[in-house]
Design a protein around this ligand. Structure first.
Ligand code: IVH
Length: 704
């Protein structure tokens, strides 16, 4: 019998902490090392909870190596965050052979090359990417991709993976190696068997198993899972690895990494496509999942010239394998109402395995899609509509939500009737209206619609918005329906702690699934977000058409909440405020209209004002000027450029903070004129604009 926490004396607490530490260590050993758990997960969690509760009451007694610091899943506190020194990008996808010939042509065109460019071709591993940071050859940090800018610190977990060297010989002082963590088919099958035997979760596919195993708060669990790693790229470096992609990968192999043996050099599209066909033919024998082939420009100097678009490199592309297909029966069509009121039809299916994943739901897009009509009223599926009871073909490509590709009219049951799309919101009964030209029917209930309100809240706490630790979609849903501590609007989140205080015995800490510590933590996490940068606030409002990029543009333009709020409130069409709003590069009339309408709507506006009253909104400064001699300058290129193409010149100039314009005016700072420059040179003279040639430009930007 353990004593009530409140009655423990200090001596008893000390003795119990020692006893708990031993019990937890023994349970960990049994589970992870011997793979024979002696107590149930629930018992294990109870031990850890008790341990933490005592430590919270007697902080001075906490042992130096307390089990609370080796966090177990039940007390999951999340991983630390890691800002990637070099962003982790994703890849542009290609599906057809013609996409690959186009890609090769684009690369050559960008570089202004007539001769062919060499590419590497290698399997695209279906796992999760990981960045490993080595300093002086020692592994110091491992991080997941996260949103590409900030990932999760999984260093301890990565250390348990045999393919990941802890020490490197012959490595640059700083080296970030990037690659894919994956699980082989055989290891996946054996793991699932063990999981099933223990009555634990079985994984849908090797990728999920790899992700679930790597992202364990208890590295001991990762250690017991058979993970592998292929290195295929790098981030920050103190010295180049080689002159080519192929040699750089060979160097990583020499350092001790596993690199994919099916990596080859190709001289052009014909060889790339033939290697793709070889890999596809061998796919089933590889022993691990791949979902395509990745091609990369081999010459690293050319890679550097090609650079990046916003989220993908210009020098690489992923050639995906065709989607997987399967037939099953459509049992029902449910209508889900989203954050902006969109009524989305969801197909409920008799579960079917598509490419190793059990699919029981698929998207049906919108009412036209169900009726067999495309966006412009054109027939799709030769006009065949989709009815409840039909046999339908499910299409699944990679990670995307499964879709219904086709319907089998031969097997259509006699009772099947054309689907009647609701004209009334199924969640709140408001009229669901479809604007001319819009494929989507929307509930007009706004915040009175519970579905819209709860989806807004989920968006509000999401990663790019307020990102409140411990308050995810699940918790938001719970609080939304909570009778004692309801959260109906974002402002309610910030009054949660005060309202909880007033609730006496019904307080959060006394509820199932919560305790003193987790309730405190939640309130602290909310408190931490009371101070919020303007761009996150604008995005968090969840206004239709105002995504993360637009929110950032708006925040940088107006800087403060006061300026933003005043401008949007007054920005009715034809006012100077409206003209200013749509003059922002990247803000169009549709976005502006949606934003202004939200601020004019009584209940929306009340919710925004109530929220802002709870917050301290941090101003956002205009983007820090890039430190380069051309930053902030307006540049025009004309005539023939010999060392780079126009596209490359423009991208490089913009990366250095310059604005590239198409014609010369009084606002132009610099005209870069190659041979054959015509009227623009004359315009430059007229406006007194400095004219330099291509070499002069390269010298100016330090790339001569
Ligand atoms: S290169 C800058 N090579 O695919 C580009 N990625 O869809 C760096 N992936 O996030 C990635 N196999 O997780 C590259 N051989 C391979 C890959 C590969 C799998 C993953 C990677 C990336 C995703 C993009």
């Amino acid at each position: 019998m353990t004593a009530e926490l409140e009655q423990l004396t200090e001596a008893e607490a000390r003795a119990e902490l020692a006893r708990l530490a031993e019990l937890i260590a023994a349970a960990n050993r049994a589970y992870h090392t011997l793979d024979t758990p002696e107590i149930s997960d629930a018992e294990f969690d109870a031990l850890k909870r008790r341990n933490l509760a005592i430590e919270t009451r007697f902080p001075a007694l906490k042992l130096a190596d307390s089990p609370s610091d080796h966090v177990g899943a039940a007390l999951a506190d999340g991983f630390g965050k890691v800002a990637h020194a070099v962003r982790m990008l994703s890849l542009e996808n290609a599906f057809d052979d013609s996409d690959i010939t186009d890609f090769e042509e684009r690369v050559r065109k960008y570089l202004g090359l007539k001769a062919g460019v060499a590419f590497t071709a290698e399997p695209k591993i279906d796992g999760l990417s990981l960045s490993l940071r080595y300093e002086r050859g020692v592994l110091v940090q491992a991080a997941t991709r996260g949103d590409g800018e900030v990932g999760e610190n999984v260093t301890e977990n990565a250390r348990t993976i045999g393919d990941i060297p802890q020490l490197l010989t012959d490595a640059p002082d700083l080296l970030e190696v990037r690659g894919e963590v994956y699980m082989s088919h055989a290891d996946f099958a054996a793991l699932n068997q063990r999981q099933a035997a223990k009555g634990e979760k079985v994984f849908a596919n090797p990728r999920n198993a790899a992700a679930g195993s790597l992202r364990q708060l208890d590295a001991g669990i990762t250690a017991a899972r058979p993970l592998r790693f292929f290195a295929y790229a790098w981030g920050a470096l103190s010295a180049p690895l080689a002159a080519t992609q192929f040699d750089a990968i060979a160097r990583l192999k020499h350092m001790g990494f596993q690199t994919n043996p099916l990596t080859v050099l190709c001289t052009g599209p014909a060889e790339m496509l033939s290697h793709y066909a070889d890999i596809e033919a061998d796919r089933a024998n590889l022993g691990y999942d791949i979902d395509g082939v990745v091609y990369k420009v081999n010459d690293l100097a050319l890679q550097a010239r090609l650079g990046f678009r916003s989220a993908t490199p210009r020098w690489a592309i992923a050639h995906k394998f065709p989607a997987e297909l399967a037939w099953t029966r459509l049992e029902a069509i449910d209508i889900q109402v989203g954050r902006t009121g969109a009524l989305s039809p969801v197909a409920r299916l008799i579960p079917v395995t598509v490419g190793g994943v059990v699919v029981s739901n698929a998207t049906l897009h919108n009412e036209d899609y169900i009726a067999g009509r495309g966006a412009k009223g054109n027939p799709i599926r030769e006009g065949r509509d989709i009815r409840i009871g039909d046999w339908v073909q499910i299409y699944r490509a990679g990670d995307v939500i499964p879709k219904i590709a086709d319907v089998d009219l031969q097997r259509r049951p006699e009772f099947a009737q054309p689907f009647v799309f609701p004209q009334i919101c199924p969640e709140c009964g408001s009229v669901a209206h479809r604007e001319p030209g819009d494929a989507v029917r929307r509930c007009t209930g706004g915040l009175i619609c519970p579905a819209q309100a709860v989806e807004r809240l989920k968006h509000f706490v999401s990663r790019g918005a307020f990102d409140i630790e411990g308050l995810g979609a699940k918790q938001v849903e719970m609080f939304f329906h909570d009778a004692d501590l309801p959260v109906k609007t974002p402002a309610d989140i910030f009054t949660l702690a005060a309202r909880d205080e007033a609730n006496g015995l019904k307080r959060l800490k006394n509820r199932d699934g919560f305790g003193e510590t987790s309730a405190k933590k939640l309130f602290a996490a909310i408190e931490a977000k009371r101070s919020i940068p303007l761009d996150r606030l604008i995005f968090g409002l969840g206004i239709r058409h105002v995504g993360e990029a637009a929110a950032s543009l708006l925040a940088r333009h107006y800087s403060t909440w006061q300026a933003f709020e005043a401008a949007i409130t007054h920005a009715l069409p034809e006012t100077p405020e409206w003209a200013e709003l749509i003059s922002i590069d990247g803000v169009g009339a549709v976005l502006a209209g949606s934003l202004v309408a939200a601020f004019q709507n009584g209940s929306e506006r009340a919710a925004i004002d109530a929220l802002v009253a709870e917050l301290s909104v941090q101003p956002v400064l205009a983007r820090a000027p890039v430190n380069s001699p051309v930053a902030g300058k307006t540049v025009v290129f004309t005539g023939t450029l010999e060392k780079m193409t126009r596209a490359e010149a423009k991208a490089r100039a913009e990366a250095l903070g310059a604005k590239v314009a198409g014609s010369v005016s009084a606002k132009t700072d610099l005209l870069v004129a190659g041979p054959g420059a015509g009227s623009k040179a004359k315009d430059a003279e007229k406006h007194g604009v400095t004219v330099i040639d291509e070499d002069g430009w390269l010298a100016l930007i330090g790339q001569a």
